[in-house]
Ligand binder design. Structure first.
Ligand code: SF4
Length: 352
C-alpha cells in the first residue's frame, strides 16, 4: 500500500511519519494525579501492545504526577493540555515525550515562545489537535460551521505560529465525531502538507459504533495512504482501543501483531461448540505476538481448505475436528481436547 510521504518526527524512542510503521496509541482514563492507577493502566496498555500513551493534564496536581508516571512508563508519554502554558512547561520538566497543545489557545506570544523553547530544548514534538467540537468562533462564523475547510484552516493557523518560531516537530489531528467530515478534513490537509498525521474519529461511542466508525473512517484514510499514527476512541477500557487499532492495521496489511485467527461464523452444519473453542484459544493466545495464522472452522465444507492454508487449523466434525498443520492432516481430536492441543502445537511451532 502506497503511503503519503510525510516528514519524520521522533517521539521518545519511536518515530512517526516518513514511512515508519503506523503506531497505535491510546489515552489513559484514570485521574492522572492518581499516579498509581495511571501507571497500572499504562502497564496494561503496554502489555496490549500500545506504543504511545497520552494522559490528560487538567491541573497542577496532574502535572506533578507526571514525573513518576514518565519514570515508570516504557512507552512515550504525551501530556494533553488545554490553554495553560504553565502546565505545558511543568509537563516538559517532568519528562514527557510529547505535548498535545494548540499554540493558538495558549495566549500571549511570550507564553507560546516559552513553551516552544522548552519543547525544542528537549526535542519534544507538539501535536496540534483540531477538534470540530471546539473550533475557533471566527472560523465557525467564516465557514458557517465546523466544516472540513474550517478545521484545516484552524490547523494551519496553529502550525503557522509554531513554524514562525522555527519549530517543525509537529503532528496534526483533525477530528470530528462523524466519519465523513473527518475523512474530508484529513484528506484536504494531506493534499497540502507533509506534516505527519495522527488519525482518529473522536467521541466515536461505545464498543460497536466506535469500532465501526473507526474501522471505516481510519480504514478509508489508511487505504489512501493517509495517516502515521492512530488512536481508536471508545467509551471503554482503553486496552480495547489498542486491540481495535491493531486489528484495523492488520486487516489492511499495514502491521502484524499477535496471532491471526480466522474462524467461520458457524451455521447449521457445525457440530461442535466452535464459539467456546475460539474464545478459549483467544484467551490463551492473547499476549502472544508471533506471525502465525490459525484457522478454526465449523465443518468440512470450507474447513479443510482454510485449515490447510493456515499454519495450523481445525476443520470441525461431529464433536471433534481434524487437525491440520502446514497443509497436512495430523489427527482427529475430540472437542474437549481442541484448545489444549491447538495451544500446545502452536507453542511448539513457535519454539522450533
Ligand atoms: Fe457453516 Fe461449515 Fe461454513 Fe462454518 S465452515 S459457516 S460450519 S459451512
Amino acid at each position: 500500500m502506497d503511503r503519503n510521504k510525510t516528514r519524520k518526527i521522533k517521539l521518545g524512542n519511536i518515530y512517526i511519519g516518513g514511512g515508519e510503521p503506523i503506531s497505535v496509541q491510546s489515552m489513559t482514563n484514570t485521574k492522572t494525579e492518581d499516579y498509581e492507577s495511571t501507571i497500572n493502566q499504562i502497564k496494561r496498555l503496554e502489555n496490549a501492545g500500545c506504543e504511545i500513551v497520552r494522559v490528560a493534564v487538567p491541573g497542577e496536581e496532574a502535572g506533578m504526577a507526571l514525573e513518576k508516571i514518565c519514570a515508570k512508563a516504557k512507552i512515550p508519554v504525551i501530556a494533553d493540555i488545554h490553554f495553560d502554558y504553565k502546565l505545558a512547561l511543568l509537563s516538559l520538566e517532568s519528562g514527557v515525550s510529547g505535548l498535545r497543545i494548540n499554540p493558538g489557545n495558549i495566549g500571549a506570544k511570550w507564553k507560546v515562545e516559552e513553551v516552544v523553547r522548552a519543547a525544542k530544548n528537549r526535542s519534544v514534538p507538539i501535536r496540534i489537535g483540531v477538534n470540530a467540537g471546539s473550533l475557533e468562533k471566527e472560523l465557525m462564523k467564516k465557514y458557517g460551521g465546523a466544516v472540513p475547510e474550517a478545521m484545516v484552516e484552524s490547523a494551519e493557523s496553529h502550525i503557522r505560529i509554531l513554524e514562525d518560531l522555527d519549530f517543525h516537530d509537529i503532528k496534526v489531528s483533525l477530528k470530528a465525531s462523524d466519519v465523513d467530515r473527518t475523512i474530508k478534513a484529513y484528506s484536504l490537509f494531506a493534499e497540502k502538507s507533509d506534516i505527519p498525521l495522527h488519525l482518529g474519529i473522536t467521541e466515536a461511542g461505545g464498543l460497536y459504533p466506535g469500532i465501526v466508525k473507526s474501522s471505516i473512517g481510519l480504514g478509508l484514510m489508511l487505504s489512501k495512504g493517509i495517516g502515521d499514527t492512530i488512536r481508536v476512541s471508545l467509551s471503554r477500557d482503553p486496552v480495547e482501543e489498542v486491540r481495535v487499532g491493531f486489528e484495523i492495521l492488520k486487516a489492511l496489511g499495514l502491521r502484524q501483531k499477535g496471532i491471526d485467527i480466522i474462524s467461520c461464523p458457524t451455521c447449521g452444519r457445525c457440530r461442535f461448540d466452535l464459539f467456546k473453542v475460539l474464545e478459549d484459544v483467544e484467551k490463551e493466545l492473547i499476549n502472544i505476538d508471533y506471525p502465525l495464522k490459525v484457522a478454526i472452522m465449523g465443518c468440512t465444507v470450507n474447513g479443510p481448505g482454510e485449515a490447510r492454508e493456515a499454519d495450523i487449523g481445525i476443520a470441525g466434525g461431529d464433536m471433534e475436528g481434524i487437525l491440520f498443520k502446514k497443509g497436512k492432516v495430523i489427527k482427529k481430536i475430540p472437542q474437549d481436547k481442541m484448545v489444549e492441543t491447538l495451544v500446545s502445537e502452536i507453542k511448539e511451532m513457535m519454539s522450533s
